[in-house]
Ligand binder design. Structure first.
Ligand code: APR
Length: 230
């Protein structure tokens, strides 16, 4: 008997109804800021203050946000499902944890800082200075613990292992624009998983999914979780 295992990938759409901006909507972060200015290692080397300001702004936004019914439903699924539920997020907000879920952050976390010199991690202050001193080695090389474009996402080996033994793969609120996350559906499908996309609109990889549930996550995710727990 195959052990039932649900692997879920979330993107910015799952936090949209908590008031956090997505990236590619018309009012999204990448319409107000250039990736090249705030989300690459080169940008940080060139102008650390500009990059820290961008993440300080996002930390301030995140501090005011609450989990919505989608975050709570996914935590409930993890708690009540009679099988394994692995939650992977591209988001750097802490809303899945705030709802009580265990989550793998593949793009890092806003509430953590990382020392570019010694690799030490610590709880990021709401306002990080441009050349933030590292509490461990004191070098002025503290940076947001965020995976920038051109950097390798975190926990990829663990994530691939999960995809290979998933019986159900779901992508929630992600545009399917950024790899490797956008390719997870194909990995899971090749390993025999049933795949479903929950989104307001079809993502760039919608055609790779077996099923689509269209609508806002705070409505579709609780209903989807109810159907899995029935
Ligand atoms: N309910 C469900 N889906 C929604 C909602 C909602 N209320 N609001 C928006 N969406 C969907 C959009 O239709 C879109 O498909 O969420 C998706 C958001 O897409 P993006 O803004 O591209 O965000 P995401 O897919 O998470 O981006 C992936 O790109 O910039 C990088 O590192 C960044 O992790 C991010 C990655």
């Amino acid at each position: 008997m195959v052990q039932r295992k649900i692997v879920i990938l979330t993107g910015a759409g799952v936090s949209a109804e908590s008031g956090l901006q997505t990236f590619r909507a018309s009012d999204g972060l990448w319409h107000e800021h250039r990736v090249e200015d705030v989300a690459t290692p080169e940008a940080f080397a060139r102008d650390p203050a500009l990059v820290q300001d961008f993440y300080n702004m996002r930390r301030a936004q995140g501090a005011k946000a609450e989990p919505n019914p989608a975050h709570h439903a996914l935590a409930r699924l993890q708690a009540d499902y009679d099988g394994e539920v692995v939650l992977i997020t591209q988001n750097v907000d802490g809303l899945h944890e705030a709802a009580g879920a265990k989550v793998i952050h593949m793009h890092g976390q806003l509430d953590q800082a990382l020392c570019a010199t010694c690799g030490h991690r610590w709880a990021a202050p709401l306002e990080m200075q441009a050349q933030h001193p590292c509490p461990a080695c004191n070098a002025p090389t503290g940076r947001p613990d965020i995976v920038w474009f051109g950097e390798m996402p975190y926990h990829m080996d663990e994530i691939i292992d999960h995809l290979y033994d998933a019986t159900l793969f779901a992508a929630i609120g992600t545009s399917g624009r950024v790899y490797p996350a956008a390719g997870f559906v194909r990995e899971a499908k090749a390993a025999g998983a049933w795949t479903v996309e929950l989104n307001l609109d079809p993502s760039d990889v919608a055609r790779d999914f077996d099923n689509h549930i269209v609508g806002p996550a705070s409505t579709t995710v609780p209903a989807w979780v109810d159907s899995l727990l029935a």
